[in-house]
Design a protein around this ligand. Structure first.
Ligand SMILES: Nc1ncnc2c1ncn2[C@@H]1O[C@H](COP(=O)(O)OP(=O)(O)OP(=O)(O)O)[C@@H](O)[C@H]1O
Length: 448
């Protein structure tokens, strides 16, 4: 093996041109196995020994994700907390074992590599974490910290490593004379710069940046991002840039992938995604960017309800349980307006967002007095009845506010939401972009 390939610093016959695919993720899944809570998970099977087993559930943190990252670009990955961004980043790096799927890096399937081959590849792929405080060992000097990955990969000799560390400290905007200082002498932004130098020490091609500036003051964020951009240019780096902050993503990415509950729901070039968003989840995220207007307090509440549990995610489109654009189920005769009324009523009942009133009042409030025709109208009438105050429910102690919210919710969801294409098929469509020429993918049946 040549010295160069031993160092992992030069590609051997597998060079990837700028703009060509460097990383490809295909059908990637990462499930965490969890023992289910208390007795609910225990099952008794007398044919087995021991006869009691603990039920296991799967946290579907990443569930069938596919995309590519091109050499030299920054792919932004955005989504609310808990949607699986970090897990995806770590699984791509093989810090977590994939449950299923392929991760190819320069054409090699990372999921298949192990031992020495994986170790070699690891130097070409590095990661930067959110918290620069906890990722730096306080007892080590920053010079040693930067040299650590080089030592682990047997790269250069002592002098060579020191020289390289000092060169990198300078590149990331630190004083190389601070080589012997300890991390506590540095500010948060400077510590993240130390992390950058450490990641760069083994000459990687690809860096997964997991919320790299989220812990920093806003004024410092831009400076660190600028340095990251300069380093990208100089070293030909490719970034997967994970952030929940859309304004940071907008500043920094070439293309953007939006994640929701383990799925990528939309992916497009940056301008296309921000100017022409096509997934209702992306639109809601964009609408909830806090506006710098003192009269508006905080984010505008567009995203209603809770993110469902990744233990049991919704079928079909993952966003459908919160989606304001849920598609009308087939098989009923109704106008768009009638379906809109029914959908609004269904959401309000499910989330119990109105004070119960008489059946006539409910009908007037949500349907302007006229129910949909045919079977849909009968279902709506049943549901209205279940939450109406002038219906005699006896004194069933189970009922909240004296009306049957749960019964009405079940009736509406079963008849309408569960029958929608949104519940039945997982969407994935390509859309004609309005900006640029890149591929625009949106996982929303409105584009079927
Ligand atoms: N080791 C683990 N064991 C079980 N569940 C896990 C584990 N790690 C993550 N999860 C779950 O997987 C889901 C995705 O988590 P992940 O941290 O990837 O999301 P995220 O989008 O990066 O969120 P955040 O921005 O808050 O870190 C969450 O429901 C989380 O609770």
């Amino acid at each position: 093996m040549s010295r160069a390939s031993e160092l992992g610093s030069e590609m051997t016959g597998e060079d990837v041109a700028f703009g060509d695919t460097l990383v490809e993720v295909d059908g990637l899944k990462k499930y965490f196995t969890q023992e289910s809570g208390l007795l609910s998970g225990l099952s008794i099977d007398t044919d087995e020994f021991p006869p009691i087993s603990v039920g296991r559930q799967h946290v579907k943190a990443v569930d069938d994700v596919s995309f590519e990252i091109r050499r030299g670009e920054t792919l932004g990955l955005v989504g609310e907390s808990g949607c699986g961004k970090s897990t995806l980043g770590r699984t791509i790096l093989r810090l977590l074992e994939p449950t299923e799927g392929r991760i190819s890096f320069k054409g090699d399937d990372l999921a298949e590599l192990d031992g020495e081959a994986l170790r070699q590849k690891r130097s070409e792929i590095q990661m930067i974490f959110q918290d620069p405080q906890s990722s730096l060992d306080p007892r080590m000097k920053i010079g040693q910290i930067v040299e650590e990955p080089m030592r682990a990969h047997d790269m250069l000799d002592d002098d060579g490593r020191e020289q390289r560390a000092k060169m990198l400290l300078e590149k990331v905007g630190l004083d190389p004379h601070h080589y012997n200082r300890h991390p506590h002498a540095f500010s948060g932004g400077q510590r993240q710069r130390v992390n950058l130098a450490r990641a760069l020490s083994v000459n990687p091609d690809f860096i997964v940046c997991d919320e790299p500036v989220s812990a920093l003051d806003v004024s410092i964020q831009a400076q660190v991002l600028n340095t990251m951009e300069e380093l990208q240019e100089e070293f030909g780096l490719t970034y997967l840039f994970i952030a929940h902050d859309l304004s940071v993503i907008r500043h920094f990415s070439d293309r953007v992938a939006v994640m929701y509950l383990g799925n990528v729901v939309e992916l497009a070039e940056k301008e296309e995604l921000f100017e022409n968003p096509q997934h209702p989840y992306t639109k809601a995220l964009l609408d909830s960017i806090p506006v710098p207007d003192p009269r508006e307090r905080g984010a505008r509440g567009v995203l209603e309800g809770e993110v469902p549990s990744p233990l049991d995610p919704p079928s079909g489109c993952r966003f459908r349980t919160r989606c304001p654009r849920l598609i009308a189920p087939e098989g009923y005769e109704w106008t768009d307006e009638e379906w809109e009324h029914a959908r609004t009523f269904m959401r309000a009942v499910k989330r119990r967002t109105f004070e119960p009133m008489t059946a006539a009042e409910t009908r007037a409030e949500f349907f302007g007095g006229d129910l949909p025709r045919g079977e849909a109208g009968e279902i709506v009438a049943d549901a209205i009845d279940l939450v109406a105050t002038d219906r005699d429910n006896g004194d069933d102690a189970e009922l909240e506010d004296g009306v049957n919210w749960a019964g009405a919710t079940e009736r509406l969801l079963e008849s309408f939401a569960e029958e929608s294409i949104c519940s039945q098929e997982r969407p994935d469509y390509e859309i004609e972009p309005q900006y640029g020429t890149g591929v625009h993918r949106a996982a929303c049946h409105l584009h079927r």
